[in-house]
Write a protein that binds this ligand. Structure first.
Ligand code: ZN
Length: 346
């Protein structure tokens, strides 16, 4: 398709981004052109916008960023067989190579040669995006555009929560950004017996209550480890879902875990951190999972079933809907932290 489109472009290796008119991307024989209907903002996008050390080390410019989206297929390459114009799709954002050891043994989420949409190739903060057919995820047209757009980060919550047993377990979710908040909801609907949410932002604390947390603890006011041990009669929780990446919260999570418990680590610490390995992992007999992306495509099938069956209402976590023309305003709201998920409509 010929023509121009709006796009949020990381044009220079410096903080910020510009919304500019650029060419609509051309597609290869195995690619799909999608007209973006909704795109949501991830913490990763904020790293790119601010151009922090991680972004500087990871990506090159110019690049259209953004990777959480949903939209309508408008054109397909000659060799595409599974998606057609008119289909409504979201996308797995990790493009696995398909032939490395991990890809060939069912672990494509940790592909050695992964390329990521909006980082390694142009992303979704634009009117159109070209994606490989292999990552297109057909989505029912009855699903709200904003909900369709957040399937990718919601999938992170699904992957982290269900990496081990959850039913009748006591769970502590450290960090209630959107993924933590959805994890709280998944714990509730999966029959966790007690769910603790640990989060300092008041708006996010309120949403955690709405998503079904039994105890919402502000670590600026109470010691979450002491409170969790008190409620669990000194045992600690069966499961810790670490969504903050904050060094203090990570250490508290391991302290709050019972002997023999499970930790899913998803939040990214910005630097190396110190943990008491001897007491909090080894002698504790802890099981520790690193959560990278979503299991391809097991997590997506689970996500679809949860949404289609209406098992969990994900909408309370979506706090802002803004038109794409308010891109910079959206990024400023994101920076403030006074938000859940922000969805931009194209
Ligand atoms: Zn691979």
């Amino acid at each position: 398709m010929q023509g121009k489109m709006r796009a949020a472009l990381k044009a220079e290796a410096a903080p910020g981004a510009k919304v500019a008119l650029v060419d609509i991307p051309s597609i290869g024989p195995r690619d799909v052109l999608v007209q973006v209907k909704a795109a949501s903002i991830c913490g990763t996008d904020m790293h790119i916008y601010e151009w922090d050390a991680w972004a500087q080390s990871r990506m090159s410019v110019p690049r259209i960023f953004g990777h959480e989206f949903a939209g309508e297929v408008v054109e397909v390459g000659d060799d595409v067989t599974t998606v057609a114009p008119g289909d409504f799709v979201a996308a797995e954002t990790h493009i696995a190579c398909g032939h490395c050891y991990q890809c060939r043994t069912g672990q494509a989420n940790v592909c050695q040669n992964v390329q990521i949409l909006g980082i390694d190739r142009d992303g979704a903060f634009a009117d159109y995006i070209s994606i490989p057919e292999q990552v297109a995820w057909k989505t029912g047209k009855e699903i709200d555009h904003s909900v369709a757009s957040i399937q990718e980060p919601f999938g992170n919550a699904v992957h982290a929560t269900y990496a081990g047993e959850i039913t009748n377990k006591t769970v502590a979710v450290f960090g209630c950004g959107p993924i933590g908040l959805w994890a709280v909801g998944l714990c509730r609907v999966s029959g966790a017996s007690t769910t603790f949410a640990i989060e300092p932002h008041h708006l996010r604390m309120d949403i955690a209550r709405q998503m079904g947390a039994d105890y919402v603890l502000n670590p600026a006011e109470v010691d979450p480890v002491a409170r969790i041990l008190e409620v669990t009669e000194g045992v600690g929780v069966d499961v810790v879902l670490e969504m903050s990446g904050h060094p203090v919260a990570m250490r508290q999570g391991f302290k709050a875990l019972r002997n023999g418990g499970r930790v899913s680590l998803l939040g990214l610490p910005s630097r190396n951190i110190e943990l008491d390995f001897a007491n909090d992992i080894i002698f504790k007999g802890a099981t520790v999972y690193g959560i990278s992306g979503r299991r391809i495509f097991d997590t997506w099938y689970r996500t679809r079933r949860i949404l289609e069956a209406g098992l969990l209402d994900v909408k309370p976590v979506i706090t802002h809907h803004l038109p794409f023309d308010s891109f910079h305003e959206a990024m400023e709201i994101m920076r403030s932290g006074d938000c859940g998920k922000i969805v931009m409509t194209m």
